[in-house]
Structure formats: structure tokens, C-alpha cells
Design a binder for this molecule. Structure first.
Ligand SMILES: [Zn+2]
Length: 473
């Protein structure tokens, strides 16, 4: 390893001697970042611990607290300028006993189906809920059936994610209102419960949980909500066509408790030249409780930590302040993201850039940006530097939920965009586990993030010199 870097330094200084330009030094530094991540990375080891030693990290749980303590200690080991915990109150929801459900087609004739409570749902009555089922293809269809046909029944939301969307997040966006608002809307028509087809493009037996909200539904009008696996959604829909009066039984004992104190974990390398200009890299430390949250968002957490470690290892001292923020409670409240932005605002901090990784630990394809056209043009000038790494997706679009509250002023927000084809196979389900994350893909993602941060640090988004733009073009 040592001789490898020695050779590298020789080549590097050779180029320096022959009159190096920005583009060459940038591609060499980016090469160093990728080499370090792939040959001597730490992200996979951290993820192993987070996933296998700690496991699912639902907000307010003991394991979420363990994750706070573990990542704080690991960041301290990196020799950063500052590491601290930022207190934030988070909701605490517990699943209780494992959910149970079956479809009854005739007295005594039942078939079990795989369900899981949606995060934030109330429990069913202790004896469970049993009722006839009405299938709808979305919130819009409730109105069509009206109270007459819905009252006393379980509403079954079965609009699938569209397979023809290449960007699977679009397919998710086209369905997730059923999960988030399904119970609130169905309760208005007198439904006694809701079952939502899992947000999954694949046919399998895993139910996928996720956040839901009752909006301003009064407490006594709230109804329990669960997700059903795609295979069982298919089964239920099929059998409903021939037997409209079948009954579905489900039992859940989940519970919402008082808020509890938790933390965002923050580490910082203070900028050597413009310390008041802050760049953030982050992911969210909490996860759902069914799997171990390796893709969502253990991957983003360890990649963000790795960005700072890579800079340290290659000896790059950022000119601007670089912070890693491990946000708490993205999944069911976004309290961590909101708290971080609130504190930043109250301290009048100047965030020039924030980058989140929260789309899985898959092969990085590029980034989406929330930036002005002028800022985005500057980003596009860097695109060629990513070519050797097969990273080519640079588009305007969303960023990340946790950094969203930082929007405003001149802050450029960005999201790492990994390949998303398999993400929803695992998202919020029991199979989101460490073994589904590929070491190289994870490391490539960390290096891709670090490379972008390096360029933002060096050039910023404003006043990029004409010369640099020409070279990079
Ligand atoms: Zn996430």
C-alpha cells in the first residue's frame, strides 16, 4: 500500500513540476479519494457494526441510542476538530407483538397474509379487527364509493408502483400517499382499518412499513393501518374479485408513547480559509425496526463519515468548514433535520452546501441538485471529472429529506443518486440487511460524495474563475 502511494506522489509531483493545471490536480486528487475508499475504506466495517451489532434503529429505541454513542466514538477516533451531540426530542413508537392477519373466505377457512403495522399506527382492539374489505386504487377512489360502501369495512389500497418508471423514486412518489394518508382519508368514510399494498416493485412476501399520519383526525376516530406484502396484495385482490364478502382479520399492538430525547451526531473539520462557510454531508441514523437499516440509511451514515476520513487520510484540508451530520428521526418525524436547520438559523450560520446520501448503498450514478441555474452550470463544469468512475447523472431535482429544511438563501442542496432499481426491494422491510449491501458499491458512493465535496470546497458555487471553467469544460 505504502509503495503505491509513494509512486502516486512521484507522479503527482512530476506533473506539478511540468506546470500543473487545475483540471489535472483535480483529477489526481479525485483519483486519490477513490483509491483510498476502495483500497483502504472504513465505510463497510462501520456499516457491519451498525447493522449487525446494533441493528434496526427506530427513533427513541435503545438501539438508536447505541447508534448515537457508537458513531460519536468513531468520529472522535478520526481526530476531527469537533464532535458533538445535538439534542432533539423525537417520537417513540413501538411495534409490540408481531402482527397477525388472515383472510377468511368461508367459516373456518382462512389463509394467513403477511402484514406489518405502519409507523405511527394505533393498535387494533385487543381481539383484533375483522371486517369486509373494499379495494381501491388510490385515495381518489374513496369518494367514488362513498360512506355507504366504505363504512364498517377495511379499505385495501392496492395501486401498485409503476414498473415502467425508470426512476423508481417516481414510482414510489406515485403511490406513497396511500400509505401516508390512507388511514386519515378512509376514516372520514367510516372505515375500521386500512391495508396498504407495500411500496415494492417486486412480488415477494415482505410487508414494507413506513410513516403514516392521521392528520387532524380526532383520537377516537383513528383507525389502524398496516402494509401487506405484494404477493398477498395480489392474492387478496384476486380473491376479492370472486368473493366480495370475504373478511379480513388483523391484530396489531403498536403504541405511540411520549416523545423522548435523542441526538443528531455531528463532527466537524473546521475550514482552513473560510471557516464560516459550512458544507454538510449526512445521512440519517435512525431506521425502521424490521431489518437492520443497512441500505436505509446505514449506508448514507457511513458514507458521510467516510468523506471526512478520506480527506484526513489523503491529507486534504478543506478551506471551508466540513461537517458530517448524522440525523435522527428522518423516518417518522424529521425532527433531527428540522432541529439542525433551526439551530443553524439561530446561530446565523452560513451553509453553502449540503449533500445527503439516503437512497441506498448501491452503485453511484451521480447527484441531483437543488440550485439556481447559475449554480448548476458551475456544477456541470465538474461533470467530466467523474467520467472515469462511470458517474454521469447530474440533474436538477430533489436532495434529501434531512437537509431539506436548510433550503433558502444561497445554500445548494444535493442528493447522492445511486442506482435505484433494487432499492424498493428492501426499503423499510425485514430484508433491508447488511448482506444486501455490496462493499465496492458502498465505497464508490463514499468516494463520489467526497469528490463532489472536494470540488465544492475548492471552487464554491459563486465566482468560479473563467480559466477554471474553460479547463474543466
Ligand atoms: Zn431513508
Amino acid at each position: 500500500m505504502k509503495s503505491f502511494y509513494f509512486t502516486f506522489i512521484l507522479i503527482f509531483s512530476g506533473i506539478m513540476a511540468f506546470g500543473q493545471n487545475n483540471s489535472t490536480s483535480d483529477s489526481l486528487n479525485i483519483r486519490k479519494i477513490y483509491d483510498m475508499s476502495l483500497l483502504n475504506g472504513k465505510s463497510y466495517e462501520w456499516l457491519d457494526h451498525l447493522s449487525n451489532e446494533i441493528g434496526g434503529r427506530l427513533s427513541g429505541s435503545f438501539s438508536a441510542q447505541q447508534a448515537v454513542e457508537y458513531t460519536k466514538v468513531e468520529l472522535e477516533k478520526l481526530g476531527l476538530d469537533k464532535v458533538w451531540l445535538q439534542p432533539v426530542m423525537v417520537p417513540k413508537w413501538t411495534r409490540g407483538e408481531r402482527e397477525f392477519a388472515y383472510v377468511q373466505t368461508a367459516p373456518g377457512v382462512t389463509r394467513n397474509v403477511n402484514i406489518t403495522a405502519l409507523g405511527g399506527s394505533i393498535a387494533t382492539p385487543a381481539g383484533g379487527t375483522k371486517a369486509k374489505v373494499i379495494e381501491v386504487q388510490g385515495l381518489e377512489q374513496l369518494k367514488e364509493y362513498g360512506r355507504e360502501q366504505i363504512e364498517g369495512k377495511i379499505v385495501f389500497y392496492n395501486r401498485p408502483m409503476r414498473a415502467d418508471h425508470i426512476q423508481t423514486f417516481e414510482a414510489y412518489g406515485g403511490c406513497v400517499d396511500q400509505r401516508y394518508s390512507g388511514a386519515e382519508e378512509a376514516a372520514k368514510y367510516g372505515a375500521v382499518g386500512v391495508i396498504v399494498r407495500s411500496m415494492n416493485l417486486r412480488m415477494d412476501d415482505f410487508p414494507h412499513t413506513g410513516a403514516m399520519s392521521y392528520g387532524d383526525t380526532p383520537k377516537d376516530k383513528r383507525i389502524p393501518a398496516a402494509a401487506i406484502s405484494t404477493n398477498d396484495a395480489q392474492y387478496l385482490s384476486g380473491i376479492l374479485k370472486v368473493q366480495k364478502d370475504l373478511e379480513l382479520y388483523f391484530k396489531m399492538s403498536c403504541e405511540l408513547h411520549e416523545d423522548v430525547e435523542s441526538y443528531n451526531v455531528i463532527g466537524e473539520i473546521t475550514g482552513s480559509e473560510q471557516p464560516k462557510e459550512i458544507m454538510v454531508v449526512g445521512g440519517h441514523l435512525d431506521s425502521w425496526d424490521l431489518g437492520d437499516g443497512a441500505h436505509d440509511d446505514g449506508a448514507g451514515v457511513v458514507q458521510s463519515m467516510e468523506v471526512l476520513r478520506l480527506f484526513k487520510e489523503i491529507g486534504y484540508k478543506p478551506k471551508k468548514t466540513l461537517r458530517v451530520v448524522l440525523f435522527m428521526n428522518e423516518e417518522n418525524g424529521l425532527r433531527g433535520g428540522n432541529k439542525y436547520a433551526e439551530v443553524a438559523k439561530s446561530k446565523n450560520e452560513n451553509h453553502v452546501f449540503a449533500l445527503e446520501s439516503d437512497a441506498g448503498g448501491f452503485t453511484p450514478r451521480g447527484f441531483s441538485f437543488m440550485a439556481t441555474d447559475a449554480q448548476f452550470d458551475k456544477v456541470l463544469a465538474w461533470k467530466n471529472l467523474f467520467k472515469p468512475y462511470l458517474v454521469h447523472y447530474f440533474e436538477q431535482g430533489g436532495s434529501g429529506a434531512d437537509i431539506g429544511p436548510l433550503e433558502g438563501g444561497n445554500t445548494v442542496l444535493a442528493g447522492l443518486r445511486p442506482d435505484s432499481q433494487r432499492y424498493f426491494d428492501y426499503h423499510h422491510a425485514a430484508n433491508d440487511t447488511f448482506d444486501k449491501v455490496n462493499k465496492r458499491e458502498l465505497e464508490l458512493g463514499a468516494a463520489t460524495m467526497a469528490s463532489l465535496v472536494y470540488l465544492v470546497d475548492k471552487y464554491g458555487f459563486n465566482n468560479i474563475s473563467k480559466e477554471t471553467t474553460e479547463i474543466l469544460d
